[in-house]
Write a protein that binds this ligand. Structure first.
Ligand SMILES: Cc1cc2nc3c(=O)[nH]c(=O)nc-3n(C[C@H](O)[C@H](O)[C@H](O)COP(=O)(O)O)c2cc1C
Length: 355
């Protein structure tokens, strides 16, 4: 559960254990950290906002054990724990032996020989994004002082679409505004239409997925490197650490596969003394190295696996087919709560690249 090179992030804990937490190493000493701003980011991810998320209530206040003193980074590993208060483990008795289709219960059972903590999804729970958001909230403050701003919006929910980012003209103020909101969209009607889609799925004992689109501006050209050092490799390895993330694409992404080279290449030009591109289908990365244009990527999230309908499964103890009706409290759509996790992963990964 440790990620990173110059910045190293370790995430620990299980959904229904006493706490989850993060250890962040490699941060530059002396930087000021505004805990109010950290709490605001944690609150965006916390459950219980409304009916589009799980009714589980968690205050998600990180308790910092080391690495911060008088509001500044000390240079020691920054360790924070976030208590798990609102757990209802009785909901999970059945899935000990009957795995939820679409969740990690079966694969974890095989991998850990049945000893894994199944309560609330254990280590596979979306709750493990709370420490990630904590780490991201710290890293984005360091990035901001270096002129880099990260922000994301809900691009789609079950096919209901928001307006995509303009990958060439992307004001930092827009990203800042998005990263202060719970259900950020660009278009005025998108949030209402998406919420209606999520609510319809919830009433139908079902769930829906969607796509988060994220950008970073103010990134200088020349960071990253080829092959596994590349910005895409570094970013996507942390994005895929977010549970239910099933796809990541940069710039034009999969759509580039249908273009001619003449359509996909971004022409260069001099803007004063700075080299820029007129279009940005590269999403701000060429050869794994930042171009200086906005970094733009999308992360696709599958529908929440735990749904209220009866489903086919197996009883691993009795070794026979079984029916399962999932109990417990679940998000009918993961995407709004995944948005701050996507921003956090981007912030941690970008600080790693810039360090
Ligand atoms: C913020 C967040 C909240 C989530 N909430 C739930 C949930 O309430 N119920 C559920 O079954 N899965 C939820 N998930 C997804 C599962 O954790 C995930 O699908 C599971 O671990 C299997 O991993 P995989 O989908 O990456 O293969 C959530 C994920 C995130 C990021």
């Amino acid at each position: 559960m440790t990620w990173g090179n110059k910045i190293r992030l370790t995430v620990f804990g299980e959904s229904h254990g006493p706490a989850v937490g993060a250890v962040l190493e490699g941060l530059p000493a002396g930087g000021e950290i505004d805990m109010e701003e950290v709490l605001a980011q944690m609150a965006r991810r916390a459950p219980g906002h409304d009916r589009s998320s799980t009714p589980r209530k968690e205050s998600d206040e990180p308790r910092v054990l080391s690495g911060l003193w008088n509001g500044r980074i000390t240079g020691a590993p920054l360790c924070a724990v976030i208590a798990n208060a609102d757990t209802r483990s009785s909901d999970y008795g059945e899935i000990q032996n009957i795995p939820r289709p679409g969740h990690a219960d079966y694969t974890a059972y095989v991998r850990y020989h049945g000893f894994q903590d199944v309560r609330g999804g254990g280590r596979f729970s979306g709750r493990l994004t709370a420490p990630l958001v904590f780490a991201g909230a710290v890293c984005r403050q360091i990035l901001k002082r270096r002129g880099v701003t990260v922000g994301a919006h809900v691009l789609s929910v079950h096919g209901v679409k928001d307006v995509p980012f303009d990958p060439v003209h992307l004001p930092a103020a827009l990203l800042e505004d998005l990263s202060s909101r719970y259900f950020p969209t660009l278009g005025p009607d998108a949030e209402r239409a998406m919420r209606a889609e999520i609510e319809a799925a919830r009433r139908n004992l079902d769930s829906v997925g969607g796509v988060a689109e994220c950008a970073a501006v103010g990134l200088p050209a020349g960071f990253g490197g080829p092959l596994s050092e590349g910005a895409e490799s570094v970013l996507s390895s942390l994005l895929f650490a977010i549970p239910a993330c099933k796809g990541v694409e940069f710039g034009a992404g999969f759509a580039a596969a249908d273009l001619f080279g003449s359509e996909n290449n971004d022409p260069f030009y001099y803007d004063g003394g700075t080299v820029r591109t007129r279009t940005n289908r590269a999403g701000g990365i060429l050869g794994g190295i930042t171009t200086g244009m906005p970094l733009v990527f999308r992360a696709a999230f599958k529908p929440t696996p735990s749904i209220g309908r009866e489903q086919d499964s197996v009883d691993l103890a009795a070794k026979k087919n079984a029916k399962l009706t999932v109990r417990g409290r679940h998000d009918p759509c993961i995407v709004p709560r995944a948005v701050p996790a996507v921003e956090a992963a981007a912030a941690v990964a970008l600080l790693d690249l810039l360090s």
